[in-house]
Design a protein around this ligand. Structure first.
Ligand code: SF4
Ligand code: MSK
Length: 651
């Protein structure tokens, strides 16, 4: 008997993006499956979705489904060892935090190692590019930037500062005593709150390891105590590993400033060599950018019949090289297979995180060379080429990869079909440029962020971030949440795949303000010439949102802590463990944070209530879940209005 053909995704239902729809149709015609088809074919486990399946020992997995209609009376559900639904959900939740925090923090560690090599002058490829940023972070890591000589205060030698800063930074991952130094960059009231609750991280690695220990069978069996450790690890991520990654990348590669670029699959060019970089770490991609700009490499591409080299990016590697060099973004997380399906991708170069293994299978259907570059991120498929990147011969590695892409240009075997869609974007924002564009300070003039929040032109600030999730329509929630917020005068700070989605939709332009914003936000954006949605970079750059919120607090007029200001967070289409870690460090930094899709807490209502209502009492921020994008944005706006009222500035 012939097996029934697998069900395929409806392209219109799968994504709001016409370019992606076109590529899904093409893939289906060619018999190539994509994540959109697989999402239709494979249903998620209903018990896992609720967070109440435990497989922490081989007596399980123990599954504790919530009875239809909820629990009546005492919740007697338990696993073989007696673990309750709350214990299981809390253990699963903080293991996700451990996964996310380790991903961001290990990325940060790699950058710190490269910075240390640069500071020791062991590599020619990397140097301190942004001395101001170095001088800004050195004191926060306990490194003096001046010295007293003969009764005079003198500037210290930059090389000495760089070396000591690099060593101090490396120490943050594993120092035997003390506390995470960047915790003190938080507003004082927040730092004191963490201290009182006993959650200041000791060092980054320890907090992650301790989660793995405490969630082993038979260790921590109190959901509140488990969450306390989850909190410590999440702070170690946001205010530690991620913040160090961002700062040290700025030191090495420059702090981003606004620039113009483009987004969507239409940025690829048929008559150019297309090299697509994908993943998260900018350490290699920075070198690829440099190599692609060399005249002899462009000539080499021309010698192979191409008009030049078109570099573009996917996921957060895209965001990193966009922010600093204006390299266009090809697509978000869910579009990675589609970039290959154009038939024009001569090389896809991947580093770490958010890379789907199926891109190897898709690449095999075309001429695309898929190149893995990181020792911790390889693929089992034989077709994948591994060129291990090493900072000590960074430019040579990058050149080898780029030449491989160029050599492959002539091997295109299938008709090229690049969708036409692309949109202009203004990206490259950060704390410094928000301050610069809004009056040069955070408070005191007509243009500043704080004054505009106080006078009500800007109702509040939203951080909207995070992934795509194949269980929801690609980019729809991202765009609807953001449009509803800016329509209601809430300025949006974005990172990750939300930023790419907004760019694809044309929301990252100053002109979009007059089309989509409420009158107050439109007036501000038109006056100072900024988009209503500010692209702050990659997932580790969510630390920029923490620091922007801290600057708002420090500037005055909007309370004494992050939880006082009219701010809310959102990840409308989250999927990764990193998103849970990010969500949690936002919550415990005082931000009301709403997630879309689902939360793996719904099967343990008592635990869910703990990280929502009880956490608000402990930290001022709380979790919430709302899959409907308009209701999701309205919850954020209601919170912003509540904070305005508490501050006595309700409109
Ligand atoms: Fe089941 Fe307990 Fe083992 Fe988890 S740790 S699988 S609940 S017996
Ligand atoms: S890349 S973590 S899918 S935002 Fe940072 Fe996008 Fe989420 Fe990966």
């Amino acid at each position: 008997k012939k097996a029934a053909a697998p069900k395929l995704a409806d392209p219109i239902a799968a994504t709001i993006d016409p370019a992606s729809q076109e590529m899904i149709v093409r893939a289906q015609k060619m018999g190539i499956d994509t994540v959109f088809d697989r999402a239709v074919q494979m249903k998620p486990c209903n018990i896992g979705v609720q967070g109440i399946c435990c497989k922490n020992c081989s007596m399980g997995p123990c599954r504790l489904p919530l009875p239809k209609g909820g629990i009546e009376g005492k919740d007697t559900r338990k696993g073989l060892c007696g673990a309750t639904a709350n214990t299981i959900a809390a253990r699963n939740f903080i293991r996700m935090i451990a996964g996310g925090a380790s991903a961001h923090s290990d990325h940060g560690r790699c950058v710190a190692e490269v910075f240390l090599s640069a500071a020791r002058k062991e590599t020619d490829a990397y140097k301190v590019k942004d001395i101001n940023k170095l001088l800004q972070i050195a004191p926060a890591l306990g490194v003096a930037i001046t010295v007293e000589e003969d009764g005079e205060i003198k500037d210290r030698d930059i090389d000495e500062i760089a070396l000591e800063t690099a060593e101090a930074a490396m120490n943050e991952w594993g120092k035997p005593e003390g506390e995470l130094l960047f915790a003190k960059r938080a507003p004082e009231a927040l730092y004191e709150k963490w201290k009182k609750n006993g959650v200041i991280p000791r060092n980054i690695d320890r907090e992650i390891v301790e989660i793995m220990h405490r969630t082993h069978i038979g260790v921590d069996m109190d959901y509140k105590n488990l969450m306390k450790q989850g909190t410590r690890a999440a702070i170690a991520d946001g205010w530690g590993g991620s913040m160090l990654a961002t700062d040290l990348q700025d030191v090495l590669f420059g702090t981003p400033y606004p620039l113009q670029s483009e987004a969507n699959l239409g940025v690829m060019k048929e008559d150019h060599v297309n090299i697509v970089v994908h993943g998260h770490e900018p350490v290699l991609s920075e070198m690829i950018v440099a190599v692609c700009q060399r005249p002899e490499i462009i000539e080499y591409a021309k010698s192979k019949g191409a008009k030049g080299i078109q570099l573009s990016g996917i996921c957060c590697t895209a965001n990193e090289i966009l922010q600093r060099h204006g390299i266009p973004s090809a697509t978000t997380f869910l579009g990675q297979e589609l970039a290959i399906i154009t038939g024009a991708c001569d090389a896809m170069v991947v580093d770490i995180q958010c890379i789907m293994q199926n891109i190897a299978n898709v690449a095999e259907c075309f001429h695309t060379k898929l190149i893995t570059t990181h020792p911790i991120a390889k693929m089992e498929q034989d077709s994948v080429i591994h060129i291990e990147f090493d900072e000590h011969h960074a430019l040579e590695d990058a050149e080898k990869i780029v030449r491989m892409g160029i050599d492959n240009f002539q091997n295109r075997s299938t008709e090229v079909m690049i969708p036409q869609q692309k949109a202009t974007q203004i990206a490259g924002f950060g704390v410094e440029s928000i301050q610069y564009h809004l009056g040069g300070t955070f408070r005191g003039t007509y243009y500043t962020l704080n004054d505009n929040i106080i006078n009500g032109r800007i109702r509040g600030i939203a951080g909207v971030v995070g992934c795509n999730n194949a269980r929801t329509r690609h980019n729809q929630a991202h765009i609807e949440v953001v449009k509803e917020l800016i329509k209601n005068d809430v300025i949006v700070l974005t990172t990750g795949c939300n930023a790419i989605a907004c760019a694809m939709e044309g929301l990252l332009t100053p002109e979009s303000a007059s089309v989509h914003c409420g009158p107050g936000l439109a007036e501000v954006c038109e006056t100072v010439g900024i988009p209503p949605v500010l692209h702050l970079g990659s997932c580790v750059d969510n630390s920029r949102i923490l620091l922007a919120a801290t600057e708002v607090v420090k500037a005055g007029g909007l309370g004494k802590d992050i939880c006082d200001i009219p701010v809310a967070g959102s990840a409308p289409e989250w999927m990764s463990e990193k998103a849970i870690s990010i969500g949690h460090y936002f919550v415990v930094s005082g931000v009301y944070t709403v997630f879309g899709v689902t939360l793996p807490t719904s099967g343990a209502p008592v635990f869910h209530n703990h990280i929502c209502k009880e956490y608000e009492k402990l930290y001022g921020g709380m979790w919430d879940i709302e899959p409907d994008p308009i209701k999701h944005a309205q919850l954020m706006i209601a919170h912003i209005d509540k904070k305005r009222k508490e501050l006595g500035i309700d409109r």
